[in-house]
Design a protein around this ligand. Sequence first.
Ligand code: MG
Length: 258
Amino acid sequence: MRIARFSIDGNVAFGAVEGEGPDGLVLDIIKGVPFADFELSGTKVPVSKVRLLPPVLPSKVVAYGRNYAEHAAELGHEVPEAPFAFFKPSTSVVGPGDPIAYPSFSQELHHEAELAVVIGRMCREVPRERVADVILGYTCANDVTARDVQRREKQWARAKGFDSSCPLGPWVETELDPSDLAIQCTVNGEQRQLGRTSQMIHSIEELVVNASEAMTLLPGDVILTGTPAGVGPLSVGDEVAVTIQGIGTLTNKVIKRG
Ligand code: MG
């Protein structure tokens, strides 16, 4: 099931996305929230009549760096032996179609297409064999990075945590084998990144184990699994799109911060 979060007439709701193609998609409104047993209301609205929001509002985004060997190499880094985590704050999250606002303190914004894992239930110290039980599903993410600031500052809080640096969407796919999916990034329609999730150094299971042995994960929390090779610059006016096989496409435009 594809679960989207959306607003219509000032109200926010979750809906199950049905149909195919931009004009054929409809939302069957969910009664309640998708983090517990829920029912579909049977009330349907066309996706074209709503505004899609970030599919979840995470309390935290736990992001993993250098999880694809070719990407680590292109930035001149060794592959870390253990998974290597950092945070993106809840305020960095934006939804499909929302602008990415170029921060004033950077001159080198980069795209990073990533598979995002959405946590479905509160959990801690999750053993490897239970990881599937705590995952609601998967969505597309862009770990937008101020690369110059990342080089300059030891902690990445500003480089990767500024407002709108974490586009998520367009929805959460709950029935998906994430082990070997094509992951692509285009800028203005031109391909910049193309990889497969099977190229991850540390698996999704390892990342959830790693994050949850340190901290409690809450429903809606997001784990970013790293980006394949091909990261590169974004400019004001660019349209950046992350497409993951079996999920869909997350598109955002880069604007000047107002
Ligand atoms: Mg990243």
